[in-house]
Design a protein around this ligand. Structure first.
Ligand SMILES: Nc1ncnc2c1ncn2[C@@H]1O[C@H](COP(=O)(O)OP(=O)(O)OP(=O)(O)O)[C@@H](O)[C@H]1O
Length: 418
C-alpha cells in the first residue's frame, strides 16, 4: 500500500478560541484564524441530500411478501404483517436513552435478531427524538454494507416502535478492549479500517453518523465491526444544529459549539476512538461534562511518547479543532485517510470484501446466552417496561409514525442467512 501524501512537515493551522459570544455569555464562541494551505471544506453531502428529498417516500407500510422468503422461513410466506408475536424474547442486551434492546428469536425461522423497542409515548414527549427515530428507519432502509447493522423489519403497535436488526452477537468492541486495556496499533488499524469503510458508505449516501462512540461499535460472530444505532444520524443539511445530547467525549468542537457541521465530525470521533484504542483512555476527558467540553474546545492534544509517529500524526490530523483543515474534510480526503501510513498494512479492497482477519474472535458457546453482553442487562427479565403515558396516542401522534412498518428486501435477508 503506497502512501499518497507526505506528512513530514508541520502543517497545523493556527486556531484561536474565544469564550465570549454576543448575547450568550455562557456559550463559548469559536473564532478561528487560519494560515494553512488546505482548501476549505465543501459540503459535498448537500447534493445527495436534495436527491433524497426528491424521492421522498411517505408510505412505508409494506406487507410481508415473497421478498421475505428466506429458505427456512416458509411458514411466514404470504402477505401477513410481521408483529411482535412472531418473535420470542430471550434476553435484554442493552438500553438506550429511549428504550431497550432485546435478543429475540424469530419463531418461524428460529433466527436470532436484536429487537430495539422504543416507547412511542416517551418519544413524543421529545419531538426531536421522535424525528431521530423516523430518520433511523429511513436511513437503515437505504443501507446495505458489510460493517453497518442491517435492518430486517420495522413495525409498530399503538405504544411502541420495533426495529428488528441483525444481532451483533460479539457484543461491544470496547468490552473486548477493556479486557486488554488497550489495543496494539496493528489491531486498532484493523477496527478503524472497517469503521472508515462504514463511514465512507454513510457519507456517500449523504449521511453524517454524528454519534460515533464505543457503545455503537459492535462485533459480529466472526469479529467484524457492526456499526449500530442510527438514532442520532441525520442526512446532512445546511443548517445549524442546536442539539447537543449524549456523551460529549467523542463529539467534535463544532457540534459542541452548535455550529454547522458536516462529515468532518465523524472523522473527529474516529480520531478519539483511535486515541482511546492505543492509549487506553480518551484524550480530552476531564472528569465532568463542562471541563471535558472545555478541553475539547481549547486543550492541545497530548499524545504519549510511546505512540508511533504514524499514529501520532493521524491523531493530530483527525483531531484538528478546525473542521475545514481536519483530515477527511475535503472532497476526496477519504483517499488521504486510507492512504495514511498508519494504514500501510491495510489492503482496503480485501477489507471491503470482509476478507481481513479479525484480531478478536468473540467467544460464543451459545449465541442465545448473549454472553458478550453486560450481565446487568442479560439477567433482567426480557419483558417490556410498562408504558407510563396514557395510550392509545392521539391521532396526530399516530400520523407521525404512519408507514413505519418495513420489511427488508430479499437480498438483505440472503446476506444475513448465509
Ligand atoms: N444490533 C444489535 N446487536 C446487538 N446488540 C445491540 C444491537 N443494537 C444495540 N445493541 C446493544 O444495545 C445497546 C443499546 O443500544 P441503543 O442503540 O439503544 O443505544 P443508544 O446509543 O443508547 O441508543 P439511543 O441513542 O437510540 O438511545 C448497545 O450499546 C449494544 O450493546
Amino acid at each position: 500500500m503506497s502512501t499518497l501524501f507526505s506528512f513530514d512537515h508541520d502543517d497545523h493551522p493556527s486556531l484561536r478560541l474565544s469564550t465570549a459570544s454576543e448575547g450568550h455569555p455562557d456559550e463559548p464562541a469559536i473564532s478561528i484564524s487560519e494560515d494553512h494551505d488546505e482548501p476549505p471544506s465543501e459540503d459535498v453531502l448537500s447534493k445527495s441530500y436534495s436527491e433524497r428529498c426528491l424521492r421522498d417516500e411517505s408510505v412505508y407500510e409494506v406487507a410481508l411478501d415473497e421478498d421475505f422468503a428466506a429458505s427456512n422461513a416458509q411458514e411466514i410466506l404470504g402477505s401477513r404483517k410481521v408483529t411482535k408475536a412472531d418473535f420470542e424474547q430471550l434476553k435484554v442486551i442493552g438500553r438506550g436513552a429511549y428504550g431497550k434492546v432485546l435478543l429475540v428469536r424469530h419463531k418461524a425461522s428460529r433466527r436470532l435478531y436484536a429487537m430495539k423497542v422504543l416507547k412511542k409515548a416517551s418519544l413524543f414527549l421529545k419531538i426531536k427524538h421522535a424525528e431521530h427515530t423516523k430518520a433511523e428507519r429511513q436511513i437503515l432502509e437505504d443501507l446495505k454494507h458489510p460493517f453497518i447493522v442491517q435492518l430486517y423489519y420495522a413495525f409498530q403497535t399503538d405504544d411502541r416502535l420495533y426495529l428488528i436488526l441483525e444481532f451483533a452477537s460479539g457484543g461491544e468492541l470496547f468490552t473486548h478492549m477493556a479486557a486488554e486495556r488497550m489495543f496494539s496499533e496493528e489491531v486498532a488499524s484493523f477496527y478503524l479500517a472497517e469503521l472508515i469503510l462504514a463511514l465512507e458508505h454513510l457519507h456517500s449516501l449523504g449521511i453524517v453518523y454524528r454519534d460515533l462512540k464505543p457503545e455503537n461499535c459492535l462485533l459480529d460472530s466472526d469479529g467484524h465491526v457492526v456499526l449500530t444505532d442510527f438514532g442520532l444520524s441525520k442526512v446532512a443539511i445546511e443548517q445549524k444544529t442546536n442539539t447537543v445530547c449524549g456523551t460529549v467525549e467523542y463529539m467534535a468542537p463544532e457540534i459542541l459549539m452548535e455550529q454547522h457541521y458536516s462529515k468532518g465530525v465523524d472523522w473527529w470521533s474516529l480520531g478519539i476512538l483511535l486515541f482511546e484504542m492505543i492509549v487506553g483512555h480518551t484524550p480530552f476527558n476531564a472528569g465532568n461534562r463542562k471541563k471535558t467540553m472545555d478541553a475539547i474546545l481549547k486543550k492541545k492534544l497530548q499524545v504519549p511518547y510511546y505512540v508511533s509517529s504514524e499514529a501520532k500524526d493521524l491523531c493530530n490530523k483527525l483531531l484538528r479543532k478546525n473542521p475545514d483543515v481536519r483530515l477527511g474534510s475535503g472532497e476526496d480526503d477519504i483517499t488521504r485517510i486510507k492512504g495514511h501510513r498508519f494504514f500501510r498494512k491495510i489492503d482496503w479492497k480485501a477489507m471491503e470484501a470482509r476478507q481481513g482477519t479479525p484480531p478478536i474472535v468473540p467467544i460464543l458457546t451459545d449465541p442465545e446466552l448473549a454472553e458478550n453482553f453486560d450481565s446487568k442487562f442479560t439477567k433482567e427479565m426480557p419483558v417490556e417496561s410498562p408504558i407510563d403515558i396514557p395510550s392509545p396516542l392521539s391521532a396526530s401522534y399516530s400520523d407521525f409514525f404512519q408507514g413505519f412498518s418495513y420489511v427488508a428486501k430479499h437480498n438483505h435477508l440472503d446476506a444475513f442467512c448465509n
